[in-house]
Design a binder for this molecule. Structure first.
Ligand SMILES: Nc1ncnc2c1ncn2[C@@H]1O[C@H](COP(=O)(O)OP(=O)(O)OP(=O)(O)O)[C@@H](O)[C@H]1O
Length: 338
């Protein structure tokens, strides 16, 4: 595990992936036969980020934050409405087919391999990635051994448990090596032994071969264990990007203040108007990160004087790791904490 040194300015100089101003809106759909339709969703709302070569880079965020939409654009599978995606010097918006040579992608759904046995899924993927027959068999055997899949080699994927099937799909993704691995929640449903095998395999490729890894997760603990840097996604935007330790340190000294207004915030009160400029507002709820002294002053301002009548509730708390996300302006629903 690196200390996160792959991040920051160094990463932009030796970028594996650069994303600039990526926008993707899924169009609204009309409901059929009186059923309600779905509104348009801006799933990528101007995302920019840079992943350094050899980094294990995470996308963290709750359900619906836009993580999968982002990686599907990174992998050339989904065309952005606007913005740029550069992978190892290739413009994947203009040339999406080049993705197949540059990266291995493990999506959330992997039914394409279901009819194959574990061994054949790995071998076939190797052949599709250009290995000759002997090379594909060699890599197949090595990766099945590495992930502890030997005993299941001859079982069709559709006859495996969810976690075993996921592990077989990871194995297939690792055959016929690509310089970039994009893994969308690779360890879903796996037991701890399998999870450890996956993280070890990922780390080995990075350390021994300089492979870059982009990893989607909404597990905060996992993020802290395996990632060099992490971008926190919320409603189609990357709201923060740093090492896990850096993210914690950035809010560690600060206090989280939550204000809930009865009806609307009384922004005609100058102290409230000042707080509004630094608050993340969701409806009637404002979340602020403030140094302890300022937090005390803010509480005094909203609990005394004319603002108090408009205040429904407030809480003050020291941020925990999980609070990093919330303190950055995100929403905790769906963010796995263990
Ligand atoms: N094909 C689609 N058509 C319409 N809307 C979509 C489609 N795919 C995703 N969305 C919407 O886009 C938003 C982002 O979805 P996305 O799957 O990228 O989120 P995510 O962060 O990967 O979530 P999860 O953690 O649940 O996998 C959500 O509001 C989702 O409902």
């Amino acid at each position: 595990m690196a200390d996160g040194a792959g991040g920051g300015g160094d990463a932009s100089a030796r970028a594996a992936v650069r994303v600039r101003d990526l926008v993707k809106t899924y169009p609204a759909r009309r409901g059929r036969r009186g059923a309600p339709g779905t509104p348009a969703v801006r799933a990528s709302d101007g995302v920019s980020l840079t992943v350094g070569r050899g980094e294990v880079f995470g996308l963290l965020g709750p359900n619906g934050a836009g993580k999968s939409t982002l990686v599907r654009q990174l992998t050339g599978l989904l065309r952005p409405d606007s913005g740029h995606v550069d992978v190892l010097g290739h413009d994947l918006v203009r040339h999406p087919r080049r993705a197949a040579r540059l990266l291995a992608y493990l999506g959330q759904e992997s039914t394409a391999l279901d009819e194959l046995t574990v061994a054949l899924a790995a071998e076939t993927t190797g052949r599709l990635r250009g290995l000759d027959a002997a090379g594909a068999r060699r890599e197949r055997d090595a990766v099945l051994e590495e992930l502890g899949l030997g005993p299941l080699a001859d079982r069709p994927l559709k006859r495996l448990s969810g976690g075993q099937r996921r592990l077989a799909c990871v194995a297939a993704a690792l055959v016929g090596e690509r310089p970039l691995l994009v893994l969308d929640e690779p360890t879903t449903g796996m037991d701890p032994v399998a999870r450890r095998a996956v993280w070890a395999a990922v780390d080995r490729r990075r350390v021994e071969r300089g492979v870059t890894v982009i990893l989607v997760t909404h597990n905060v603990i996992e993020a802290e264990l395996v990632l060099d840097r992490v971008a926190v996604m919320d409603r189609g935007r990357a709201i923060a990007c740093d090492t896990p330790a850096g993210l914690k340190a950035a809010v560690g000294e600060e206090v989280r203040l939550e204000l809930v207004w009865r009806d609307r915030a009384p922004t005609e009160v100058p102290e409230v108007a000042a707080l509004e400029r630094v608050a993340a507002a969701v409806g009637r709820r404002w979340t602020l990160r403030l140094p302890p002294g300022q937090a005390r002053a803010a509480v005094a301002a909203v609990t005394g004087g004319p603002a108090f009548a408009a205040l429904d509730d407030f809480t003050l708390a020291t941020p925990t790791l999980e609070d990093v996300y919330l303190a950055l302006g995100g929403h905790t629903e769906g963010l796995v904490k263990a």
